[in-house]
Design a protein around this ligand. Structure first.
Ligand code: ATP
Length: 231
């Protein structure tokens, strides 16, 4: 579905990630783990086209997208929800959703229904200003907005960042429901526990290089990684 092949990416001509090869399988949850500064955001930015790759190639949905701009990748079905909450706080929940649904990939009735089924709170709070939602509800709104782009792959950068443990449970509950409905997800996390519960494939970045790629169960076979990431 999405493949980064020997990709190197960085800033001002200095690579911070790579070369890495990363496969995102259709219908699965591919998790990218790593400490602060390991290069998770850089990898996702390169996948979504926010920064150019320095070498290597990216293929999405059977065609090369390495040189496509971020908006064109979005149009092709890649939706990227950035770290933190990507919403408009002064607008109502409904306005936030309508704006997301009016993009290049217009949301069908079915996608609207899916959105409200997954996140009923967004229907209940439709008239409320988005900035007044709790942190978890804002994250649900960000996910709802991403979903209304009807993505073939949903890319989420640290969806638990800055949220209280109880709210992280809610947000992961919502992501789990998204995966249950067959969406393909690529997400980065420092919050290993939650991410591993839903992962179908795990990639661990250490200082810009992949230290592990495989199913979550195999992580337990490596004593060093087990100690470092599973505690
Ligand atoms: P975090 O969990 O803290 O967000 P991360 O794994 O997502 O970390 P990146 O944000 O990809 O890591 O950062 C990887 C490296 O690239 C870091 O050393 C960071 O300082 C550097 N970096 C990130 N953004 C830029 C930028 N715009 N210009 C220059 N260097 C950057």
């Amino acid at each position: 579905m999405l493949r980064l092949d020997q990709v190197t990416a960085g800033y001002d001509g200095v690579p911070v990630v790579g070369p890495i090869t990363l496969d995102v399988t259709a219908g699965g949850v591919t998790v990218l783990l790593g400490a602060n500064g390991a290069g998770k955001t850089t990898t996702l930015d390169a996948a979504a086209g926010l920064i150019p790759v320095m070498s290597g190639s990216i293929e999405f949905d059977g065609r090369p997208v390495t040189r496509l701009s971020a908006p064109r990748r979005a149009r092709a079905g890649m939706c990227y929800a950035l770290e933190g909450h990507r919403i408009f706080p002064e607008m109502t929940v409904q306005e936030n959703l309508r704006l997301a649904a009016s993009g290049q990939r217009r949301a069908s009735r079915a996608v609207w229904d899916e959105c409200f089924e997954l996140f009923p709170i967004l229907a209940e709070r439709g008239e409320q200003r988005a900035g007044l939602l709790s942190g978890g509800e804002q994250q649900m709104l960000a996910l709802g907005r991403a979903l209304l782009g009807d993505p073939k792959v949903l890319i989420l950068d640290e969806p638990s960042l800055g949220l209280a443990p109880k709210i992280i449970d809610q947000v992961y509950g919502a992501i789990r429901r998204l995966t249950g409905s067959g969406r393909t997800i690529l997400l980065s996390e420092q919050n290993v526990g939650h991410a591993l519960e839903i992962a179908t494939s795990v990639n661990i970045l250490e200082r810009g290089s992949l230290a592990f790629t495989g199913p979550p169960d195999r992580l337990r076979d490596d004593d060093r990684l087990k100690a470092a990431y599973l505690g």
